[in-house]
Design a protein around this ligand. Sequence first.
Ligand SMILES: Nc1ncnc2c1ncn2[C@@H]1O[C@H](COP(=O)(O)OP(=O)(O)O)[C@@H](O)[C@H]1O
Ligand SMILES: [Mg+2]
Length: 290
Amino acid sequence: MQLFEKNIRSLQGKKGQQWLADLPRMVGQIEKAYGLSGLKPVKNLSYNYVLSGFRDERPVVLKLGIDNEALKREAAALRAFMGFGAVTVLAESDGMLLLQRAVPGESLKSYFPQRDNEAVSITCQGLKRLHQTPIPKSKAFPHIQDWLMILNQDWSIPENYLQTARALRDRLLQTSTKDVLLHGDLHHDNILRNGNDWLVIDPKGVIGEAAYEVAAFIRNPIPDLLAVDTAENIIHHRIGLFATNLGVEQQRILDWCFVQSVLSWCWAIEDGLDTDATYQRFIRYIDPAI
Ligand SMILES: Nc1ncnc2c1ncn2[C@@H]1O[C@H](COP(=O)(O)OP(=O)(O)O)[C@@H](O)[C@H]1O
Ligand SMILES: [Mg+2]
């Protein structure tokens, strides 16, 4: 079974099974309603059903998701980021988004590991542009503080990690200066080449300080990163590059990396994923106690 179908079944049970069965009918309806052609699922499906195709001559992407609220927030974030380096939303309805397709569309993952310094610099340019977006007045987006509340719960994660993450979180939140609208999941696969430019896709939309944003890149592409002998060097080298480029202290970025890996670990547990060993390994490279 494909990873995508496995994810939907394990996360959504019966409802997921039904949604998967309905997909061909939904795609057919949308294809007609919006005059789409040449629709083909992309290769790296994970939680959403994403197809590339055309509307008239224009390259588009159709994204169908079972989590309607998440798709709505994604659309709201993409609309807010319009003109600041994100793909354009062409149409939106319940459970679906029609988007501008980035062409040729290869992701920054294609730069790993050989062109890592360039990838960091592209990410810095991209996030500086994104972070100029005025924060929308609507209450559509949570604050990172809201996300980070789940660290207070009990998790099957070593207690010292949880305690460190909570303490660092509190200190980082108390000392953060300026809030911006963050992408919220700015890893390699969400930064795509579009002509001579790079555009972001798949934003979560969350408010917080800019330094929060770089941690997703620093721990990714996680299985490939951990598979190279020099993973620890790469991670610390990236931290140095981001710090210099963004004018943020290295320690602050390192602390966000720690807090966010524990947060991401909690989410993985919530989603029933078997990723404990991966997080254990990554965290050892950035543990302040080591
Ligand atoms: N606007 C787009 N242009 C080109 N490719 C896209 C676009 N949106 C998605 N993709 C492709 O589809 C994949 C999955 O899309 P994404 O929105 O990241 O889904 P998910 O929310 O499930 O991670 C991306 O990694 C990318 O390869
Ligand atoms: Mg994605």
